[in-house]
Design a binder for this molecule. Structure first.
Ligand code: ADP
Ligand code: MG
Length: 442
């Protein structure tokens, strides 16, 4: 294993969560000394760095190592002063010589399991790789947390880089974009570096754009960067936790750029996909796990794939430590200690959001009115209550002003049929769903 390369990828992964300042301060001059048999040893240049890594960042570091190498590790740290001069001046990411494109190499299409919920997003992503800048530009990808947006963004970047080795691929979270932009405001040299990097991209991947809310300067800069790249026929991909129209406190002109190309979402994985992902993740770790155990986990964790993965890792780690096979009992024990995954979607939230989006009152929604302007929102509310809240027909009937369950069923059938034929309605419902999920994010 090339430890230098692996370490670089680990640090790149950490940049998802840690600021550039933290990485530059505490990780500068660190090295991966070894990584084998579930043990990782990290050299730190001084005590400050060692203490911080050990006490504050060990968890994140272990997660990053797992993501990059597929191994669960116990960590040890040792002080080893660096001899190279000036090494502290730059963050570790930038001192490596080769320009860093920010990509994690394990996030590829090959390691991305496809199912109903992410099929469309994946095929758009693959089309982007086939013809960057051409077919779907920009490509805007959105979903709830932990469903694979970041993975897909990196997969696009890695695949483009592989097909076109000279292409300049740049991946950055909106947070990172903002930090670098601010640094650019403070020094001319940094400003030139920033411009060169983002405006020089052939493929620009910006993650978590909802982060730009209220950051006027960065929005302006992204808007200008976008226009320049777009006019030059360069590919731009955005990811966000919600539909463009649901992003708050971002200038309208930027929103309309976001929504100006292909907008696609990833939905929550169904049981089948969850199982497949667990099989794949167990396979990557070289662990053989009985189907029944995988099923136990897949049945209980419905929301985020990150959590699915985390739970499997936890189970395997405990099983290894106790020198037992991972059994359904052990899985249940691990699941008990896991945080409740189901995102709580409350009925009043659904109803309120639907009313807001259609501009009607709750009284109207729950009234006996049969006018089109009221019936449609009522059907959509029923659909979302059922789909997101898992409410029964009777419960929905009660929530919507004492309707009969056959009336509700009728409405559901109608809206489902319309959804399959009517793009406008589909987008409308998706954006309402995004809004509700946004409210329930913890
Ligand atoms: P998001 O950016 O939407 O919050 P991530 O892309 O970070 O989600 O995904 C969370 C974790 O789940 C990552 O480790 C990722 O590799 C994994 N993951 C998500 N979707 C899939 C998939 N379809 N196949 C395999 N792994 C997946
Ligand atoms: Mg992400």
């Amino acid at each position: 294993m090339d430890y230098r390369k692996t370490w670089k990828e680990i640090l790149t992964f950490l940049e998802r969560d840690l600021s550039q300042a933290v990485i530059g301060t505490f990780f500068a001059g660190t090295e991966l000394a070894s990584l084998e048999a579930g043990e990782a040893k990290v050299f730190c240049p001084n005590r400050l760095s060692l203490e911080h890594l050990k006490q504050r960042y060990a968890g994140k570091l272990a997660e990053a190592i797992r993501a990059v190498s597929g191994q669960d590790c116990t960590l040890s740290f040792e002080i080893r002063p660096v001899i190279t001069p000036n090494i502290q001046e730059l963050g570790p990411i930038f001192k490596a010589g080769v320009p860093n494109n920010g990509l994690v190499s394990s996030y590829t299409f090959e390691s991305f399991v496809i199912g109903l919920s992410n099929q469309l997003a994946t095929s758009v992503a693959q089309a982007v790789v086939e013809q960057p800048g051409n077919l779907h530009n920009p490509f805007f990808l959105y979903s709830g947390v932990g469903l694979g947006k970041t993975h897909l963004l990196h997969a696009i970047g890695n695949a483009v880089q592989q097909r076109f080795p000279d292409a300049r691929v740049v991946y950055a979270s909106a947070e990172r974009f903002t930090t670098e932009f601010i640094r650019g405001v403070q020094s001319q040299q940094a400003a030139a570096g920033f411009r060169g990097k983002f405006r020089g991209a052939d493929v620009l991947l910006i993650d978590d754009v909802q982060f730009l809310a209220k950051k006027e300067g960065s929005q302006e800069e992204l808007f200008n960067t976008f226009n320049e790249l777009f006019l030059a026929g360069k590919q731009i991909v955005f990811a966000s936790d919600r539909h463009p129209t649901e992003i708050k406190d971002v200038q309208q002109r930027l929103i309309s750029r976001f929504a100006g190309g292909m907008v696609t979402d990833i939905q929550e994985p169904d049981l089948d996909l969850r199982l497949q992902i667990l099989r794949q993740k167990a396979g990557v770790r070289g662990a053989w796990v009985e189907e029944e155990v995988l099923l136990t986990i897949a049945q209980q964790l419905e929301g985020s794939i990150r959590q699915l993965e985390g739970t499997l890792n936890q189970l395997l780690t405990i099983a290894t430590a106790q020198k037992v096979d991972p059994s359904p009992e052990l899985a249940r024990a691990v699941l008990k200690s896991a945080p409740v995954s189901r995102r709580f979607v409350s009925a009043p939230d659904v109803i309120r959001t639907v009313c807001q989006c259609f501009g009607i009152s709750r009284e109207q929604l729950c009234s006996k009115s049969r006018s089109r302007e009221i019936v449609r929102p009522r059907q959509v509310a029923a659909y979302l209550l059922r789909q997101m809240g898992g409410a029964s027909l009777n419960q929905i009937g009660t929530l919507l002003g004492g309707k009969d369950h056959t009336t509700i069923l009728h409405g559901l059938e109608k809206v489902e049929k319309d959804l399959s034929q009517n793009n406008f309605l589909r987008n409308q419902v998706e954006s309402i769903r995004g809004e509700i999920l946004g409210k329930n994010r913890t």
